[in-house]
Design a protein around this ligand. Structure first.
Ligand code: GDP
Length: 327
């Protein structure tokens, strides 16, 4: 491996480090997974092969909600609570803005100050990438690494604005939607499609004067949920209340996750959902690889350029042009 950066650990060191739950080694392994270098990609693939038998034992929780709803405050409280009951927690983020700009609105470590200092918590900001698909792919692999390193709750946070929810839904067991009282769905920018993905809704900031409106909102959301298609896992989507700031209702959220895991494990949905997610992931990677190898072929590139001109000039139909590329 000629182009391997000199400071890269060996496969053995990585496997051993992850096995020992060494955070520095886990971080370095994630960096390798995220890297575009060919040698890193090879090392990353070998590493994943080695650790795959040790994966899958965590519960993977997606958390979303519009900016300002209190996601990071909630994760700080929830994650800290989980560590007090003996869990090791990872917080990953998928930030759609990281694919557009270098900066990101979510992946800022300082947002979870207390948790980031907790020895039983591991926080990793969103990887940057040219596409949401690429970012999601790296996050899925990071989940596996964290599981192999012994983390039993994996939280994947994203912002409630659309596409990234679908990506996160496709990699977690349980999807939590944080909401606020007061202000209809439209006001909160939450689309019906995101509500349909949720396994639980929790209304945050339910404290003090806000308790009454929160209880009203809870009823409204319960009614709204009745109008949505039934959950595929034979699960009734609950609506809870919490205050991330005052740390109330946090344990109840965890109990809901545990109930969900029990119900859906018993009826088989939990396992079948993971299987479906894996198969879908595999096909996404196949498509990605096909696209890459197609556009990287210099002959095809040249031909595409030619055909583009003819299509633009109206000499050739798109269907005919594409046919020429595959014959
Ligand atoms: P995010 O953008 O969804 O990650 O939201 P943040 O966690 O950054 O919270 C946005 C603002 O809401 C911050 O000023 C928080 O202190 C505040 N906040 C978060 N949770 C609560 C809560 O339970 N009650 C109250 N009153 N404020 C909260």
């Amino acid at each position: 491996m000629k182009d391997r950066p000199i400071n890269r650990p060996s496969l053995d060191e990585l496997v051993k480090g992850i096995d020992q739950s060494n955070r520095m080694m886990l971080s370095r392994a994630i960096t390798i997974i995220e890297s575009k270098l060919a040698s890193d990609q090879e090392l990353g693939a070998q590493l994943l092969d080695e650790i795959i038998p040790k994966t899958g034992k965590s519960i993977r929780i997606g958390i979303t909600g519009v900016p300002g709803v209190g996601k990071s405050t909630f994760i700080e409280a929830f994650g800290t609570y989980l560590t007090t009951i003996g869990k090791k927690v990872t917080v990953l983020t998928i930030d759609p803005s990281s694919t557009m700009t270098k900066g990101s609105i979510l992946g800022d470590k300082t947002r979870m100050n207390e948790l980031s200092k907790n020895p039983n918590a591991f926080i990793r900001p969103s990887p940057s990438g040219s596409s949401l698909g690429g970012v999601a792919q790296k996050t899925r692999e990071t989940i596996l690494l964290c599981e192999a390193a012994g983390y039993d709750v994996i939280i994947v946070e994203t912002v409630g604005v659309g596409q990234s929810e679908t990506a996160v839904k496709g990699m977690v067991d349980f999807f939590l939607l944080l909401m606020l009282a007061g202000g209809g769905d439209e006001l909160q920018g939450i689309k019906r499609g995101i509500m349909e993905m949720a396994d639980a809704l929790v209304i945050n900031k339910a404290e003090g004067d806000n308790i009454k409106p929160s209880k009203t909102a809870k009823k409204d959301y319960q009614n709204a949920l009745h109008l949505l298609p039934a959950h595929a896992g034979d699960w009734t989507v609950p609506v809870g209340l919490c205050s991330a700031l005052e740390k109330t209702g946090i344990e109840e959220v965890w109990n809901t996750v545990m109930d969900y895991q029990k119900v859906t494990t018993e009826n088989g949905y939990f396992q079948s959902n993971r299987q479906q997610q894996n198969l879908k992931w595999m096909h996404e990677v196949i498509k990605f690889q096909l696209e890459q190898s197609f556009y990287q072929d210099p002959k095809k590139k040249e031909l595409v350029r030619n055909l583009e001109e003819r299509v633009a000039a109206g000499e050739l139909s798109v269907r005919h042009a594409v046919q020429k590329l595959f014959t």
